[in-house]
Design a protein around this ligand. Structure first.
Ligand SMILES: Nc1ncnc2c1ncn2[C@@H]1O[C@H](COP(=O)(O)OP(=O)(O)OP(=O)(O)O)[C@@H](O)[C@H]1O
Length: 629
């Protein structure tokens, strides 16, 4: 056996770093600005610690474009570097000065605010630059300013230079294939994306502001003139709401931060949760509950992930459970590993803990709102239900808690928990097998007649509008014993809630055999329908069209994806003829064309009341009806 050490050749590895360090080249700016922020934070830390006794001055990061020289400079007045430090931190790839700093000062307040970790970020400059200079002067007394320069080959030069101010300039000579990074708008866009909430002011150029004339000049009306002045264009808000204590924030502050995050959104969120954990992991953030309407996808993926106020990503699918991606807001955690592949994230221990924590917080918040102010909770329910149902379906832990605050809404506008509702309908809506049957409609307009008939019998009908209803119902049937759901038009009421008493039929078997083909003949797409006779009360409609609950649910689940059967499920309906209705007896007494016409009219009326009569059939119906008049 032989052991050895794999030999890494810098000449070979360097081009790889340059090209593949990050898939997105624009990231270089985030990395360099983060380093500049770190340099400022370290100096602040040293000042507090007594290691730095000079003037901190205005700590800031400037981004400067020079189109003539084709350079982009990132300037800070932070700690700077000595020649030895450049050797240590820059000339050794993957040796992170930031990590070293955090380790060295572990436990001291402020030390954890450092962004860097891996010792690679600086080299991302070579993704867009053909030459990079570091011009730097350390904060340490009597330091000599130095310039490091490299053209992207592993060779570099270090020379002493004249530089009076403390801090570092990183000068990028932008490469021919990356000229977009010399465009003002492009740089502005990148800075706004990644640096919007960094803790040290980031300045890029100037902008025009209008102020009262400093000389007090007046206009014709005698009012103080407004004059244009050029001011520094500061990209960031250094103290975003999530970094503050909840006690220091009012509702308006949360609302205005929401608008800062989503300038194009005009609706205020329903409510928010302020996250603030420091053990066993670090997590801060604010999650907002938007009003979730039918169109779920539009709302999705608006949570921004930050690490120490540096924007990382707005796709958090692998970090939080799927249903939480419907929420909006910010999560900031330095404990989420950022340089690992996204698919690996899910199995990361910290990510799992963070994810479980957020799920619990969200469920607790909803439970608390339900308990403290039920009326208010009910007023928000219509906008919340998709979210709660989604959570119930996808996260067992959430489902357990949500059971106590998941509401159902009756067609008369009242809200109940499932448990409460079960008790309410138990007396009248228990069938002969002891099952409590929940009747519901997903379209009170269209199923108006069915709802009315059910109400006349003393039955209650729920109104479900959420697109997740078919899945959620199945889940409830598994959760609550003896509970079953049926859409109000799934069958006749006698069949939906079967009781012991049977109503005798006015038609004999022979009568039914005689009429059946007449009804079948009245239908255009015969294969979709099954004609059946039922002895219902005489006050029910003569003909009803129903769609078996089972078939409809399968079709709905199939349409939504997931669950249900393989392959396409055929569309099927029942034409239910009420054998006790006087019109049916009348039809039986007639024959020939008159009989056919009457049957046609009745089936068309049934189709019409289900919204199923269209096109040519509808036109024929209208014409036939006119004739009758
Ligand atoms: N503007 C700067 N001022 C002072 N020191 C700097 C500056 N930029 C980089 N450094 C030093 O160089 C080191 C290496 O930087 P680099 O960006 O490569 O890695 P990092 O910041 O440690 O980690 P990451 O790869 O996560 O960014 C830093 O840790 C820091 O010590």
């Amino acid at each position: 056996m032989r052991t050895g050490q794999i030999n890494v050749q810098t000449e070979n590895i360097f081009p790889i770093i340059k090209k593949f360090l990050y898939s997105d080249h624009e990231i270089f700016l985030r990395e360099l600005v983060s380093n500049a922020v770190d340099a400022s934070q370290k100096l602040k830390f040293f000042a507090k610690n007594g290691e730095f006794k000079g003037e901190l001055g205005n700590l800031k990061v400037e981004v400067i474009l020079n189109n003539e020289e084709k350079t982009l400079t990132i300037r800070d007045n932070g700690i700077g570097m000595t020649a030895e430090e450049i050797d240590r931190y820059i000339n050794q790839i993957a040796f992170s000065g930031a990590e070293e700093f955090v380790q060295k000062y572990k436990g001291k307040e402020g030390a954890e605010n450092i962004i860097g970790h891996f010792g690679l970020g600086f080299y991302s400059a070579f993704m867009v630059a053909e030459k990079v200079q570091i011009r730097t002067k350390s904060f340490k007394d009597g330091s000599q300013a130095v310039q490091w320069e490299s053209n992207g080959s592993p060779e570099f030069t270090i020379t002493d230079i004249e530089k009076t101010d403390r801090g570092t300039d990183i000068v990028l000579y932008i490469a021919e294939d990356s000229l977009e990074f010399l465009e003002k708008n492009r740089i502005n866009e990148i800075l706004t994306r990644y640096c919007k909430f960094l803790p040290v002011p980031v300045l890029f150029g100037t902008k025009t502001e209008y102020i009262d004339s400093p000389e007090g000049e007046k206009d014709e009306d005698g009012k103080v003139k407004r004059v244009a002045v050029d001011v520094d264009n500061q990209i960031n808000n250094t103290t975003p709401a999530w970094t503050k204590a909840p006690i220091d924030l009012k509702q308006e502050d949360y609302d205005s931060f929401y608008r800062e995050l989503y300038p194009m959104t005009f609706e205020n969120p329903l409510f928010h949760i302020h996250l603030n954990v420091d053990y066993p992991f670090n997590l801060t953030g604010i999650l907002y509950f938007p009003k979730i309407k039918e169109n779920v996808e539009v709302q999705r993926n608006k949570i921004n992930l930050y690490s120490n106020q540096v924007f990382i990503t707005d796709s958090v699918e692998n970090i939080v459970p799927e249903f939480l991606t419907l929420l909006h807001g910010v999560i900031d955690s330095p404990d989420i590993p950022l340089n690992v592949s996204r698919s690996y994230l899910q199995s990361d221990g910290n990510v799992k803990k963070i994810s479980a924590h957020i799920t619990k917080k969200v469920a607790d918040k909803l439970a608390e709102m339900f308990k403290n102010d039920r009326a208010d909770f009910e007023s928000k329910w219509d906008d919340l239900q998709v979210f709660v149902q989604y959570g119930t379906l996808s996260e067992e832990k959430f489902a357990e808690k949500a059971r106590n605050f998941s509401l159902v809404k009756s067609t008369d506008g009242k809200y109940y928990t499932v448990e409460e509702y079960k008790d309410k309908i138990a007396t009248l809506q228990t069938d002969k097998d002891g099952k409590i049957v929940v009747l519901y409609t997903n379209n009170p307009e269209l199923q108006y007649g069915f709802v009315k008939k059910a109400n006349e019998r003393g039955y209650d009908v729920l109104s479900f509008e959420s697109p997740l209803t078919p899945h959620w119902i199945s889940k409830m049937e598994q959760t609550f014993e003896n509970l079953t759901f049926a859409r109000v038009d799934a069958d006749t009421l006698d069949k939906l809630i079967k009781k012991d008493e049977e109503i005798p039929s006015k038609l004999s078997k022979e009568d039914e055999e005689k009429l059946k083909p007449v009804f079948e003949g009245a239908l255009k797409e015969k294969e979709k329908f099954t004609v059946q006779f039922e002895s219902m009360s005489a006050s029910e409609s003569p003909v009803i069209i129903t769609q078996p609950e089972f078939i409809r649910r399968m079709m709905e689940q199939q349409r939504m994806g997931g669950g249900g059967f393989f392959g396409a499920f055929p569309e099927r309906y029942n034409i239910v003829v009420n054998s006790n209705h006087e019109k049916i007896s009348e039809i039986l007494a007639t024959s020939g064309e008159e009989q056919t016409k009457k049957v046609k009219q009745l089936t068309d009326l049934a189709l019409l009341s289900q919204g199923m009569l269209t096109g040519e059939a509808l036109n024929a119906f209208v014409e036939r009806s006119m004739e009758l008049v």
